[in-house]
Design a protein around this ligand. Structure first.
Ligand code: PEP
Ligand code: MN
Length: 449
């Protein structure tokens, strides 16, 4: 490990004087300072060299040579840090990746919304139930999900729990992805508990047979590459809580530059992307690949501003624009941004998040999304890029490996009346495993066409 873990960042508190949206109001600042000091002394979760490697993979995405698959929970939860949950999520991503790689014949860069996705920006500061109003839940890193006064008080010691939850999650993810579980020859095994019950599972089984045949053919020809035995898998989350992200920023002893070692890639959300705000300032100081969520009101000047602030060297792979405009807006709003960004000479990766612009409340009160809207936003995103001759670089989705009922539609259709059956998300509704696989097949078709 060449990252200098002893030397916390003290030279870049430049974000501190700036307006920082969506930060918790801790009642006890001394307790916060103690936690930050503790985190500054902790080992990094990722190695700077891995972040560089992901930046080079994202450069391939930006140049049209690879496709990004980024997915995981809206909000990870401390009590879901279990082998079962982590394996199910990873398995879903591996299956989606097999579908995309094989059916679209494109290298897939695999990035989880995992091992750090514990902090949530909220559109409302408070939540009211049965006449009682309390502060909103802001993710397990900030306060408790339970609707009672004590749980909703921001508690800085949760930042330490986030670090340890991220660390044990990442440890298991690394074990699964390099220790044999992700071996492409396991392509059938990932589907075992699934195939009989679902149309997506059956379709996948067919594709897995074809992959098997291809592997058998290659082996017979005398080639059995190491690449098939392990996968490169990266972690990512929204860099929302700057006290945490800053405390995990380290000087890389190889290069003397700063890396946020809480994840390989971090992104700035739609609600915190102010050009003169603390989040963009923080992101401008670190060398990790950076994502920015772009909602339907993003202006050309803002998009160009992010390039100037975050990618002054115009380095492919540094900056990813994650577009989340909504199925009804993406065809109108995206073309001008893509045109002007392309004309600026920057080579950014364009990725679609077809989830966050398509959320609505069902009559039952459940926050949900229609599978068809999700798909339509992806289609719109692809249409815009095909029209302009630019590269639709990937998808960013909220999903889980569990058979939840949070989004409606899909091949194994979930109806509005089913939502209550397994509605388990701590925040936004996620695609379940079958819906995720459906989406992967449909995206592969779009990419190929
Ligand atoms: C999210 O990714 O969960 C999120 C809050 O997204 P956005 O910033 O795009 O609203
Ligand atoms: Mn979300």
């Amino acid at each position: 490990m060449t990252v200098n873990a002893e030397k916390p960042v003290t030279s870049v508190p430049t974000w501190k004087g700036l307006p920082a949206a969506q930060q918790p109001e801790y009642p006890d600042q001394d307790a916060l300072r103690a936690v930050v000091a503790e985190l500054e002394a902790c080992p990094p979760l990722v190695f700077a060299g891995e972040c560089d490697q992901l930046r080079s993979r994202m450069a391939a995405v930006a140049k049209g040579e690879a496709f990004l698959l980024q997915g995981g929970d809206c909000a990870e939860a401390f009590d879901a840090v279990s082998a079962e949950h982590i394996r199910a999520k990873l398995k879903t991503l591996l299956q989606m990746s097999a579908v995309l790689t094989y059916a679209a014949s494109v290298p897939v860069v695999k990035v989880g919304r995992i091992a750090g996705q514990y902090s949530k920006p909220r559109s409302k500061n408070t939540e009211t139930r049965d006449g009682v109003t309390l502060p909103s839940y802001r993710g397990d890193s900030v306060n408790g999900f339970s609707f009672d006064e004590a749980s909703r008080v921001p508690d800085p010691t949760r930042l330490t729990r986030m670090y340890h939850a991220s660390s044990s999650t990442l440890n298991l993810v690394r074990a699964f992805t390099t220790g044999g579980y992700a071996d492409l020859r396991q392509v059938h095994a990932w589907n075992q508990d699934f195939v009989k019950s679902s149309p997506a599972g059956q379709r996948y089984e067919q594709l897995a047979r074809e992959i098997d045949n291809a592997l058998g053919f290659m082996k017979a020809c005398g080639t059995d590459p190491a690449e098939f035995r392990a996968v490169e898998f990266y972690s990512s989350h929204e860099a929302l809580l700057l006290d945490y992200e800053s405390a995990l920023t380290r000087t890389d002893s190889r290069t003397g530059t700063l890396y946020d070692t809480s994840a390989h890639l971090v992104w700035i959300g739609e609600r915190t992307r102010q050009l003169d705000g603390a989040h963009i300032e923080f992101a401008s100081r670190i060398r990790n690949p950076i994502g920015i969520k772009l909602g339907p009101n993003t202006t050309v000047d803002e998009a160009l501003g992010y390039i100037d602030r975050l990618d002054p060297e115009r380095e492919p792979g540094r900056l990813t624009f994650v577009v989340r405009m909504g199925a009804d807006k993406v065809r109108d709003k995206l073309p001008e941004l893509v045109e002007k960004v392309t004309a600026s000479g920057a080579t950014v990766a364009w990725v679609t998040d077809p989830m966050h612009g398509n959320t609505f409340e069902a009559a039952s009160g459940h926050k949900t999304r229609r599978f068809d809207d999700v798909l339509d936003e992806v289609k719109g995103f692809f249409e815009v890029h095909k029209g302009l001759g630019t590269h639709p670089g990937g998808i960013h989705v909220e999903l889980t490996g569990d058979d939840v009922t949070e989004c409606v539609g899909g091949g194994d259709e979930i109806f509005v009346d089913d939502l209550h059956q397994r509605y388990e998300t701590a925040c936004d509704p996620r695609l379940n495993r079958s819906q995720s696989l459906d989406l992967a097949f449909l995206v592969a078709e779009m990419y190929r066409d």
